[in-house]
Ligand binder design. Structure first.
Ligand code: B12
Length: 382
């Protein structure tokens, strides 16, 4: 990151750290009224003159999706009072929408519409405290644009040893050449590359880079979907083809691995499930977008030693927090060890603590060790 941009970002993070807290009551009021407020913001923006130019001739639905995500995201920010998350996410939103044709002016119009919606739908005290945060966002508009336009990239560092294979795999994904991608995966695993290493050093950095290319509008949504679909097909092939527990007859404990409610990113969770299984855990993997109530019913029926929940999108943290609170409230379930992980926590250290989980790990290796450590500690209590 260049020095000027770093100092702008540091200043924003400093200011964010001293923004006033929003009470739980105000955060809840925002949450409860958010469907009405989304409708209000949608209709205000739709009737703004020249709206199609402002949103780069994208379909209105893309803007409406942004408003829905905005409401869920701000609910998370207010309910955990984490403005570092806000400060780090907004430049991404600016960059992603700008590179897909939206004018930066759109954000000012949108934020003002949210302020008006807060005034109309919330009690005065709630809207006043929430609008302090919106005013701050509007005041930082020019800085957010500067950060968005800088070449800040969130890519994983990758060592020379893996680079060639990673680039070949990533190109095969982007070309839609599933046979080549599968052959690269199968060959490397046959040649003694551990499944976990293939996931961590080849698949994960490829997907992060593909995400960055989508963010900068260098590839289409379809190309990104194609790459994810190939990865899913390959993972099924290479992991199901392997003996679970690497053929060892060990039994560390029972684990449920899932993506959070409303979370459509499942590749990270799936990797965690396969890695734990290879370590000797008896795993139930539930996939993407697991509804909270059904997750709890399943936890009650399986009674795992470990529950691992993956979150990528900042706006899903609230759902995880609610699910974990429900589990902690239940006498039969409260001792289950719960770990969280996923992209959103990797970028904002300590954020995971807001979920109420017992621990967080940033990648497969750390997740494996953390799971074992937590289970050993809980055994010592018996
Ligand atoms: C593929 C993809 C999708 C696919 C997912 C398909 C699938 N089957 O999973 C689809 C198309 C569904 C999708 C949807 C969206 N996506 Co998307 N997506 C991606 C992409 C390109 C790759 C994700 C991935 O597979 N990563 C690889 C895995 C292995 O990495 P990981 O999840 O971080 O997992 C590792 C660790 O974090 C950890 N870990 C993960 N889970 C857990 C759990 C536990 C318990 C532990 C201990 C550890 C752990 O271990 C893993 C291995 O080391 C990312 C780019 C990126 N940087 O990730 C964007 C990205 C995440 N998506 C993004 C966006 C914006 C979206 C959408 C909002 C787009 C839209 N407008 O609709 C929606 C959101 C839908 C939703 N409600 O969830 C943005 C998010 C930006 C932000 N700041 O929040 C990203 C970063 C793209 C970008 N660069 O802008 N997406």
């Amino acid at each position: 990151m260049d020095i000027d941009i770093k100092s702008i970002m540091d200043a924003i993070l400093n200011q964010a750290a001293s923004l006033p807290f929003v009470s739980l009551k105000s955060a809840t009021a925002y949450h409860i009224n958010s469907s009405d407020m989304v409708r209000y913001v949608n209709s205000t923006l739709t009737t703004t003159p020249n709206i199609y130019t402002i949103i780069g001739n994208n379909p209105l639905g893309i803007m409406y999706d942004n408003h829905k995500h905005h409401a869920a995201f701000m609910t998370t920010v207010f309910s955990i009072n984490n403005y570092e998350l806000l400060a780090k996410t907004v430049p991404w939103v600016y960059r992603a929408y700008y590179s897909h044709g939206f004018e930066f002016e759109y954000f000012i119009i949108e934020l003002k519409a949210w302020m008006e919606a807060n005034k109309r739908y919330l009690e005065k005290k709630d809207s006043e405290s929430i609008n302090v945060i919106y005013e701050w966002l509007i005041s930082r508009h020019t800085d957010m644009i500067k950060i968005a336009l800088s070449d800040t990239e969130y890519l994983l560092p990758i060592s020379e040893n893996w680079l060639e294979l990673k680039n070949a795999f990533q190109s095969a994904l982007l070309d839609g050449d599933h046979r080549k991608a599968l052959a690269l995966a199968q060959d490397s695993i046959k040649n003694d590359l551990k499944l976990q290493d293939f996931y961590l050093h080849i698949v994960q950095p490829s997907m992060y880079e593909i995400g960055m290319m989508w963010e900068k509008a260098e590839i289409s949504v379809a190309q990104e979907h194609l790459a994810s679909a190939i990865v899913g097909r390959i993972m099924a092939n290479i992991s199901m083809g392997k003996d679970s527990n690497n053929g060892k007859n060990i039994d560390i404990g029972r684990a449920i691995v899932t993506a959070s409610p409303n979370e459509f990113h499942e590749i990270g969770a799936w990797m965690i499930a396969d890695t734990l299984e290879q370590e000797g855990w008896d795993v139930r993997y539930l996939g993407a977008n697991m509804p909270k109530e059904d997750l709890i019913l399943f936890v009650k029926s399986f009674i795992p030693d470990l529950l691992a929940i993956s979150v990528t999108m900042p706006f899903n943290i609230t759902y995880v927090k609610e699910a974990i609170a429900k589990i902690r409230d239940d006498d039969e379930l409260k001792n289950i060890k719960i770990i969280v992980g996923g992209r959103v926590f990797n970028e904002t250290p300590k954020l995971w603590q807001a979920t109420g989980a017992d621990g967080f790990a940033a990648n497969l290796e750390d997740a494996k060790n953390l799971a074992k450590k937590l289970i050993n500690t809980s055994m010592q209590h018996y």
